[in-house]
Design a protein around this ligand. Sequence first.
Ligand code: TIU
Length: 225
Amino acid sequence: MKTLMEAEPEPIAVELDRTALIIIDMQRDFLEPGGFGEALGNDVKRLQAAVEPLKAVLAAARAAGLMVIHTREGHRPDLSDAPPAKVERGAPSARIGDPGPMGRILIRGEPGHDIVPALYPIDGEPVIDKPGKGAFYQTDLESMLRHRGIENLIVTGVTTEVCVNTTVREANDRGYRCIVLGDCCASYFPEFHEMGLKMIKAQGGIFGWVSDSASALAVLSRARA
Ligand code: TIU
């Protein structure tokens, strides 16, 4: 059965058993001091705004039986999957692989690489470790979605204009309908957050739809009833 979710540029009819919630990179490395985000010169407090709305959506998605997928950006400890062009870029206070207060920066298995406690995955929720910004690049996400018959993605996480936008563009080209929950995303740059969402929904929804946690909760709670 299809259910209508409020969204821009227009409401979207979705079948919830063909819909997954994807939570992009809600990792300590991006949200907490001493990680990759701060090493790049960013004020990591800006990303906190997404946590509470996303926590509510995650609880409702679990209750409604949606497929929930988490992603983490990061690299192998030997950096063999980290492009030198990424590691060497810019003048960060610490580079990928350097030691920090939460372990080595953006390295799989380190405390900083893991997901923040408020949004921690539970058993049965796949965690996709991705080396790039997009969640499809060099991962098994697409085969997971196909095996479960997923057609629609409710997209959340950080940062709006980087990993969220990259993933939405990858998903759109693969034929998925993406509904981005604006208040469940955040950026280090408020203006990029705003424009990142506008870019998705412009031109009749060139990459997808933009909605919010209240609209998602309305749909998910109806599904539970
Ligand atoms: N720097 C920044 O805004 N984002 C990233 O490097 N990765 C993600 O967005 N996850």
